[in-house]
Design a protein around this ligand. Structure first.
Ligand SMILES: Nc1ncnc2c1ncn2[C@@H]1O[C@H](COP(=O)(O)OP(=O)(O)OP(=O)(O)O)[C@@H](O)[C@H]1O
Ligand SMILES: [Mg+2]
Length: 328
């Protein structure tokens, strides 16, 4: 587009320049004056001036023609590049679809035997087939935990791949934001109690009913709040706050956990990025929770980020429109 403009500009300059020289040649007095002034040579003959004007016109035309040709070549190059880009994009789309299908097929194939591993190890742990000694109990417990870990990884991978391939749609509905937090609290409260963590929720009277995708909001908040509970040591605190910011709703989840340094903050939303904070934790996770959060927030035209002071805690912020329109 810019190259087109440049070509036209060069052509216009060439034509105006040529016309200008011809005009000057036609009005010899003025032309002679300008040429004498520029060359500091006062006695120019009419035919000399005429030849000079023809030279200048030809030189200008050749110059503009060259520039015009160069610009046309540039346009051709860009068109070829655009074509290459379209081909590359199509190839990437096909690869993405193949990856999605592979993940969907694989996860189905893996989930079936995994469910049986989890189910049977659970029955063994319940001692449904006889008592286990200490060592047997530890081993079966390991099988059960690893099975669950793998199942969680497969489910999260599938979720992320579905969102990335654009297969997940928004389902907007009106709901009371406080009810959503009550529902999340029912799941989080036992986790908080187990670690003696003080879990609080502060609402904003200005926000009552919102029109959003409730299921996705639940998944986002659950991922963030469960991280906060997972990484915060016993006797700590996790505070969830909602605030109206113009047309946006801001949600902040603050914990008194280990915090995240500057380097960590830059990468935690990337898939499989886990920091040292997890070491020693009972449940290691897969490192996909925040990547899913970011995708789900962005598909609702929102923004998510984290701020932290290492050693003191972390705050995750979400800013989303409360009345999302699907078209824009
Ligand atoms: N509140 C937090 N405090 C400290 N570190 C955190 C916090 N939330 C996330 N992190 C760091 O960011 C990493 C990525 O988080 P993410 O939720 O994506 O993965 P995960 O919790 O390890 O696994 P899962 O896929 O089960 O969620 C975590 O492993 C942890 O190192
Ligand atoms: Mg997580």
């Amino acid at each position: 587009m810019d190259t087109n403009k440049a070509t036209n500009r060069d052509l216009v300059i060439g034509i105006i320049g040529g016309l200008f020289v011809l005009y000057m040649a036609h009005n010899f007095d003025l032309f002679e004056y300008v040429v004498s002034y520029v060359t500091s040579h006062e006695s120019w003959e009419a035919d000399e001036l005429f030849i000079l004007s023809v030279y200048l016109t030809v030189a200008l035309s050749v110059f503009s023609f060259r520039r015009w040709k160069e610009a046309l070549e540039e346009i051709d190059k860009r068109k070829a590049l655009e074509k290459d880009l379209i081909i590359a994009k199509n190839e990437a789309d096909t690869a993405n679809r193949t990856k999605g299908k592979f993940l969907a097929d694989m996860s189905h194939e893996l989930r079936t035997p995994l469910n049986s591993i989890i189910g049977f190890s659970e029955m063994l742990l319940d001692e449904a087939f006889g008592t286990l000694d200490k060592r047997q109990n530890r081993y079966v417990n390991n099988i059960h935990k690893s099975g669950n870990h793998l199942l969680n990884l497969i489910n999260q991978l599938l979720d992320l791949s579905k969102i990335e391939s654009g297969k997940v749609e928004l389902h907007l509905e009106e709901f009371e934001i406080d009810i959503l937090f009550e529902e999340i609290n029912e799941v989080l409260d036992p986790l908080a109690k187990r670690k003696y963590i003080d879990l609080t929720y502060v609402s904003d009277p200005q926000i009552r009913v919102v029109n959003m995708d409730k299921i996705k909001m639940k998944q986002i908040l659950f991922n963030l709040a469960s991280n906060a509970l997972k990484f915060t040591p016993e006797d700590g605190s996790v505070d969830i706050g909602v605030q109206k910011k113009g047309d946006l709703m801001q949600i902040c989840i603050t914990d008194s956990g280990p915090g995240i340094d500057e380097q960590g903050l830059k990468k935690i939303f990337e898939p499989f990025e886990q920091l040292g904070t997890n070491e020693g934790s009972e449940y290691k996770g897969t490192g996909l929770g925040l990547a899913i959060v970011r995708e789900l927030v962005e598909m609702q035209k929102g923004h998510v980020w984290a701020e932290s002071e290492p050693g003191k805690g972390t705050s995750f912020f979400l800013e989303l429109p409360m009345n999302i329109s699907i078209d824009g």
